[in-house]
Design a protein around this ligand. Structure first.
Ligand SMILES: Nc1ncnc2c1ncn2[C@@H]1O[C@H](COP(=O)(O)OP(=O)(O)O)[C@@H](O)[C@H]1O
Ligand SMILES: [Mg+2]
Length: 426
């Protein structure tokens, strides 16, 4: 019995030893298999780590680039929630990225174009490029130029629209300083120049005919140059006023014959020095027009000065008027170099000069026609041009006729006030 028990115990021990050996063997096999697998996985793991490092470096680089861009950049997802706000955009809006990330843009940053709020569905549709007012954290306001582009985002990137905010406040400050400087300098130049012109004209009137011809010619040239300088300074002052939206007009019923007669008389010397004939056709049947006598003098001065400038010696300039029931149209016609059809649409823009006229050495600033158009528009008139290269140009402008009947004074006062306030549109 005890032998059988012993055998049984032995067998059990053998079995368990055998089982242990089998288990150890199995474990060893497993271990060696794992080691082999681990050895196989190692390069894949290393590759994954390298790729992760490259991706992190690329992300950091992109973030650094975005942070160093001076314009604000805001990226939105398909639902118009903010996913990215670079450093400049944080400064412009007052928000940190964590405060705004994942939130709907229109609840955080509001954009206004001319007092009217514009929503993401408008500015994220197509491409948008306009100056707007940004209202950010705690009502922080900044004027920016907003440009948007629709991102070609995939579902994975969930990138819907990108906003680029270009801060305009510093530019506006600089622009203001420039305007202040030009205004101050022009005023300072204007006063002594007015004295020079005054003394010269008194001297020419009183002593001109007693002088030898050569001396008189020199004085005439000095007078013409001083007058040109005066026009230039007046143009600078006017542009300044237009930019500040402070170009005022004081309208009254005026007789264009008297007004233009005087302005053209002043330009006769300039035409004579260039051997150009300058003719003015008076029309005594002409009705009075509603205009500002000083400003309309500036317009005719600019147009006739251009005609003299851009016409060669021996040419001819004629100024005439034509009335219709509601308006009087004035024309300055020359036999000069003419203007190409491509240049005509740009002619009344600020600083625009036709390149061939510059090649011919004509000096100018490209402001005269821009100012003339602004003045004529303020007076509820129209200005336009007909021209052909090599044949000459006709500059026309029309002005509203002053109402003439028994109660004309009151009505004219009413109309002129309405023009000044912009309430009346012809
Ligand atoms: N009568 C004209 N004949 C030909 N070209 C003209 C005439 N008037 C204006 N222009 C063209 O239009 C441009 C703009 O005129 P303006 O605004 O008076 O500027 P500026 O005379 O200072 O150049 C001129 O530079 C010239 O090229
Ligand atoms: Mg000019």
């Amino acid at each position: 019995m005890s032998t059988a028990l012993l055998i049984l115990v032995t067998i059990a021990s053998v079995i368990s030893v055998m089982a242990a050996i089998i288990w150890i063997l199995k474990l060893r096999r497993q271990l060696s298999e794992n080691t082999r697998n681990a050895a196989q996985l190692a390069p894949t793991l290393r590759q994954l780590e390298t790729e992760r490092d490259i991706a992190i470096a690329a992300r950091d680089k992109t973030n650094e680039i975005l942070a160093s861009v001076i314009d604000g950049i805001v990226a939105l997802d398909f639902n118009k929630n903010v996913i990215l706000l670079n450093k400049a955009a944080q400064e412009l809006t007052g928000y940190s990225e964590t405060e705004i990330q994942g939130r709907p843009i229109d609840r955080m940053i509001r954009l206004f174009s001319e007092q009217e709020e514009i929503l993401p569905k408008t500015y994220c549709q197509g491409s948008f490029n306009k100056p707007v007012k940004v209202v950010g954290k705690e009502g922080k306001q900044t004027k920016v130029n907003l440009m948007t582009t629709q991102a070609e985002g995939s579902v994975q990137t969930n990138l819907g629209c990108i906003l680029i905010l270009h801060d305009l406040s510093k530019e506006e400050e600089l622009e203001q300083m420039k305007l202040d400087f030009v205004s101050m300098a022009s005023h300072e130049l204007k006063t002594p120049l007015t004295s020079i012109i005054g003394y010269l004209s008194v001297f020419l009137d009183e002593a001109g005919n007693k002088l030898p011809k050569e001396n008189l010619d020199l004085l005439d040239k000095a007078f013409v140059s001083a007058k040109q300088l005066q026009t230039l300074i007046q143009n600078l002052l006017n542009v300044n006023k237009i930019e500040r939206e402070r170009l005022d007009v004081e309208v009254e019923p005026i007789n264009l014959n008297d007004n233009f007669g005087k302005a053209i008389e002043d330009l006769q010397n300039q035409a004579k020095l260039k051997n150009i004939s300058l003719n003015f056709s008076r029309d005594d049947t002409l009705p009075k027009v509603l205009a500002d006598p000083v400003r309309i003098g500036e317009v005719i001065n600019n147009l006739v000065a251009n005609a003299i400038n851009y016409t060669s010696a021996g040419g001819k300039i004629t100024v005439y008027m034509k009335a219709s029931p509601n308006e009087v149209t004035t024309t300055v016609e020359d036999t000069g170099m003419g203007i190409s059809q491509e240049a005509i649409p740009h002619l009344f823009s600020k600083f625009f000069r036709v390149s061939n006229s510059m090649q011919k050495g004509n000096k100018g600033t490209g402001l005269g026609l821009y100012i003339s158009k602004s003045i004529i528009q303020k007076l509820n008139g129209k200005i336009w041009v007909e021209s052909e290269v090599g044949k000459g140009s006709k500059f026309h402008f029309s002005l509203p006729v002053a109402i003439q009947d028994t109660s004309s004074l009151d009505r004219n006062k009413f109309v002129s006030e309405a023009i000044q306030t912009g309430a009346l549109n012809y």
